[in-house]
Design a protein around this ligand. Structure first.
Ligand SMILES: [Zn+2]
Length: 100
């Protein structure tokens, strides 16, 4: 894989490092507390902790990092939507949610 696949200034090494950081954060009390709140960051739906996943608000491939400000709890529905949508479509979806 070449670095051209990712956004500007993002290379595979960065992504690997950020993924490792995310794994560590998953074990942290901060993350456990977020999970225990049981709410999807995106749609705001009540979701059992075991069904919430960790999501990078700005994807790593787009230059996002595994910092607390860029990590969010995500329900399966939003996770699937995000995967199936183009980044631009997801951005539009988020804008719609924010306007509600
Ligand atoms: Zn959701």
């Amino acid at each position: 894989m070449s670095a051209d696949l990712y956004g500007e200034g993002v290379d595979e090494e960065d992504i690997r490092r950020e993924r490792a950081k995310a794994r560590e954060i998953r074990k942290s009390r901060w993350w456990q507390t977020k999970l225990s709140l049981g709410v999807c960051y995106y749609c705001g739906k009540k979701t059992p902790a075991k069904e919430l996943t960790m999501d990078h608000i700005v994807p790593l491939a787009r230059g996002g990092t595994s910092s607390k400000g860029n990590l969010a709890t995500c329900c399966k529905e939003c996770n699937n939507l995000k995967k199936s949508m183009l980044p631009i479509e997801w951005d539009e979806y988020m804008e719609r949610l924010e306007k509600r």
